[in-house]
Ligand binder design. Structure first.
Ligand code: SAH
Length: 527
């Protein structure tokens, strides 16, 4: 059982604080910051209260009742519009008063009043988290009553990993979201496109948005959705600290494209000839980056990175090196590619060392071949540096031996999205084959019926969905082809992810009888 974590909107509420202590004093400060009114019931003379509390009482912000608590206070001191029932109760009395805590807790439960009793988990209906707040950003930690000192320590560690401009990041993303909604009036579209819960913090399900976006022949409606999907993808993939000054214009790969094109077209070659390397970064974890790729990253003047390259790898780029992250989002792949080409050419003409840092292996669905041709045509023949492809690393990290004597004698790597967003020519079913589908999870609902009905795949064939392979939060969903769409749709996606289909999926990990799917996560993977 896990507690439901939420944050209360307490504006205007009446909160009862029973007993005075250092904890209660801190609590009253938080209650005031949350816009609620603290009512302190403590049989302590005014002069003996902490000076900060005396100050609040004098200015009428805290009401002090200098007496002991009575059960009727719960139903007398609340707001008139709530039948005088108080909104929350905080008890801070000595450990020995167990009987008192017990009675107060039960009465609060009967009246549905949330209650927190310091140091008494068993008499509390909610916990107080250790929190860090910077403007609109807050993070809270709870150890479910195991130790508040420990949660404070963990919070401190977490805080140190956050970018210092976290509040600017929140403000900027909020501003961009509001801009899109305002410009396009997305919320008031006269259709049923709006997605329920889209504004909930935990609703990061972007499948609907991404699958609705095309690159060409877009209707007005699709263009609006495109912008929203760009923002969602940037929020998902870009380095956090870069989100603080991202603009809607900056997300659009058309920005400055013509300037670059013109300048490159008449560009004079410098005395030093630039060089370009297509470098594979592996599936995500730094430990799966090759030494060759690392060396190239560290020697570059400019790194042009795919948006899927994780922060840990970007951190290996020296501070003086220029970094540009691709704006390739659903529905703008062509323009974004052109933008990368033009930026690279610009730098090459200046004689710089350019690294095109590509996720996984540069020649597996990364347009590496097209990039090779483009740069060669412009007089810069790229050097290619291999990367470990997610197509092979992910099955392994999911404990799937993609070939297995007697079970699978071949592997096929296939895309779920080909040029212009169409389905590719999907393969026929071969029982002894392991098929890895990249770029397919967002359209799995349409993919599965084609495989089963048209291509005659066995609906019972085992499937593993492997998301964020090699990242600490890697997730695996093990199921069968007939259930995979239902399984994926029922989970919040954790991109990037791929599908592994074939009997090899259950060669080492046996299926659990009677369960449609099994989810493995939080495995504490440190690859
Ligand atoms: N060149 C890359 C593939 C680029 S296509 C490679 O060799 O790995 C992008 C797709 O790769 C994603 O849509 C996803 O299907 C897959 N992918 C990339 N990294 C992944 C990872 N760490 N875990 C799972 N799938 C991943």
């Amino acid at each position: 059982m896990v507690d439901l974590i939420a944050s209360f909107n307490c504006k205007g509420e009446h909160h009862l604080i029973i007993g005075i202590s250092r904890v209660a004093t801190n609590r009253m400060n938080s209650i005031i910051n949350a816009g609620a009114k603290p009512i302190l019931i403590a049989d302590v003379p005014f002069g003996s209260l902490p000076t900060s509390i005396q100050h609040y009482i004098k200015s009428g912000i805290i009401k002090h009742l200098e007496r002991n608590f009575k059960i009727v206070d719960l139903t007398l001191l609340g707001r008139a519009e709530c039948n005088f029932i108080v909104d929350k109760v905080f008890v801070s009395v000595p450990m020995s008063q167990k009987e008192f805590k017990y009675k107060t807790y039960h009465e609060c439960c009967r009246l549905r009043i949330p209650i927190h009793v310091s140091d008494s988990n068993e008499f509390s209906s909610f916990s107080i988290l250790s929190t860090f707040t910077s403007g609109d950003f807050s993070v809270g930690v709870t150890t479910s009553g195991k130790g508040c000192k420990l949660s404070a320590r963990i919070l401190r560690e977490m805080r140190n990993t956050l970018p210092p401009n976290i509040n600017d990041i929140c403000n900027n993303v909020g501003k961009l979201k509001a801009q899109i909604e305002e410009e396009d009036n997305l919320n008031s579209l006269d259709n049923n496109m709006s997605i329920v819960g889209e504004n909930d913090e935990d609703a990061t399900n972007t499948i609907e948005l991404i699958s609705l976006v095309k690159e060409f022949d877009m209707t007005k409606k699709q263009k609006r959705l495109q912008k929203m999907s760009w923002l969602l993808q940037t929020t998902e993939y870009f380095p956090l600290k870069a989100l603080a000054d991202m603009s809607l214009e900056g997300l659009n790969p058309k920005k400055n494209l013509n300037d670059f094109k013109e300048s490159n077209a008449k560009g004079m070659m410098g005395t030093r000839k630039g060089s370009i390397s297509l470098v594979g970064a592996g599936p995500g974890s730094v430990s799966l980056l090759t030494l060759g790729s690392l060396q190239k990253i560290q020697e570059a003047d400019l790194v042009l990175a795919d948006k899927l390259i994780p922060q840990e790898i970007l951190n290996l780029i020296p501070g003086h090196t220029k970094l540009f992250i691709s704006r390739k989002f659903p529905g703008n792949a062509e323009k974004a590619q052109e933008q990368l080409f033009q930026i690279a050419l610009h730098s090459l003409m200046k004689g710089e060392r350019v690294v095109r840092l590509k996720q996984g292996d540069p020649y597996i669905f990364g347009r590496g071949g097209e990039e090779y041709n483009f740069f060669s045509k412009h007089g810069f023949v790229p050097k290619i540096f291999a990367g470990i492809t997610s197509a092979l690393a992910a099955p392994l990290l999911g404990n799937i031996s993609a070939t297995f004597r007697g079970i699978a004698d071949q592997i096929l790597i296939c895309t779920g999205t080909s040029k212009y967003g169409d389905f590719p020519n999907l393969p026929d079913f071969v029982r002894s084959r392991t098929v890895v589908f990249l770029m397919a999870l967002h359209r799995v609902v349409n993919l599965v019926p084609i495989l089963i009905d048209e291509k005659k795949w066995d609906p019972q064939v085992p499937v593993a969905v492997i998301e964020r392979a090699s990242f600490p939060d890697q997730r695996i969903i093990r199921t069968k082809l007939s259930f995979v769409a239902e399984a994926i749709v029922s989970c919040i996606p954790k991109p990037p992810g791929l599908l592994v289909v074939g009997y090899a999926c259950q060669a080492l990990v046996k299926p659990r009888e009677g369960e449609k799917w099994v989810i493995e996560e939080n495995l504490d993977n440190q690859y």
